[in-house]
Design a protein around this ligand. Structure first.
Ligand code: PBG
Length: 336
């Protein structure tokens, strides 16, 4: 008896067991990184209007409780963002021994020891009065972000974060040479084992808006298009990534994630020997959240589909405000 068709891809989609058996991509809690906003001079967690479900935490028991909760779902990696009460032109509160991030690192290390991995965002925008990712000087009568002056400050911040206990420093300024400057400063200070996860391919994206609302880091003048990448470019990502590799980056990153799946794939296939992180950013979080709160989309399925797509594109690690929820949902079983 001759039947047609003989080749039937549907055989491998027959039921959930067989689909799980042949699934190419699986999310794991070990590959998730939970961002946390930590704010100086507050006593209670504060809601962030543009990011429902995300809070600014004080560096006290509330922070510890949140980390415990995330940990209990299986997520052990955290990236910390500081919101200082004092800002100046030089971001001096970013490298203060008693700065908000330094205090929080010590508190979390004392409480959790080596059970958690602590990553610090290394930048100046939350700490400067002008909100830029570097130091501002005048050039030809115009204010600009002075690349090489900024490197000195980024090196100070990185060393100060390492001293306070960070396992991984994540420079996010997109200054030329920042990875090399930080690597050199860390090594000279004896932190040869502190890793660098570079925001290698960071686009000038509108999807950071809720973050800037959360961290009060909107630039007071101008924008970040003079240092962050142009959304029209993909291959330029390879230039940024290869420079960071030469300068000593241990882990690369593409940011945002959902909007830049092509870039994730390109960077991963070009440099497969480097772990690649993707940052599912604040605006990408808030868009899903808003649709979910309106009942227009099923939040769990949407988040798992999008983050699986980010991993399928080539990301090994995902930084996401949904980390805790994803870890919980994958325990329940994915709905695919
Ligand atoms: C810079 C930094 C930003 C984000 C992470 N690190 C803000 C920016 O570049 O304007 C954005 C993350 C997000 O939107 O979730 N410190």
């Amino acid at each position: 008896m001759v039947t047609f068709p003989t080749l039937r891809p549907r055989r491998l989609r027959k039921n959930k067991l067989i689909r799980d058996l042949v699934a190419e991509t699986n999310l794991t809690a070990s590959g998730l990184i939970q961002p946390i906003f930590i704010k100086e001079n507050i006593n209670e967690p504060e809601k962030i209007d543009s990011m429902p479900g995300v809070y600014r935490y004080p560096p006290n028991d509330h922070l510890i409780k949140f980390v415990e909760e995330v940990y209990s779902f299986g997520v052990k990696n955290f990236i910390l963002f500081g919101i200082p009460s004092f800002k100046d032109e030089f971001a001096s509160s970013a490298y203060d021994k008693n700065g908000i991030i330094q205090k929080s690192l010590r508190l979390l290390r004392q409480t959790f020891g080596e059970k958690i991995l602590l990553i610090t965002d290394e930048c100046t925008d939350e700490y400067t009065s002008h909100g830029h990712c570097g130091i501002i000087t005048q050039k030809d009568g115009k204010l600009c972000v002075n690349n090489d002056e900024s490197l000195k400050v980024h090196a100070l911040i990185a060393v100060s974060q390492a001293e306070a206990g960070a396992d991984i420093i994540a420079p996010s300024s997109m200054m030329d040479g920042v990875v090399g400057a930080i690597r050199k400063a860390l090594d000279e200070a004896g932190f040869t084992d502190t890793a660098i996860m570079s925001y290698s391919v960071k686009y000038a994206s509108t999807f950071y808006s809720p973050f800037r609302d959360a961290a009060y880091s909107k630039p007071a003048f101008g924008d970040r298009r003079g240092y962050q990448m142009d959304p029209r470019n993909a291959f330029e990502a390879l230039k940024e990534a290869s420079l960071d590799i030469e300068e000593g980056a241990d882990i690369l990153m593409v940011k945002p994630a959902h909007t830049y799946l092509d870039v994730i794939r390109l960077v991963k296939t070009t440099f497969p020997q480097y772990p690649l992180a993707a940052y599912h950013v604040s605006g990408e979080y808030s868009m899903i959240k808003a649709a979910a709160l309106n009942g227009w989309i099923d939040e769990k399925t949407a988040v798992l589909e999008i983050t699986t797509a980010i991993k399928r594109a080539g990301a090994d690690l995902i930084i996401t405000y949904y980390a805790k929820d994803i870890a919980n949902w994958i325990k329940e079983g994915v709905p695919f």
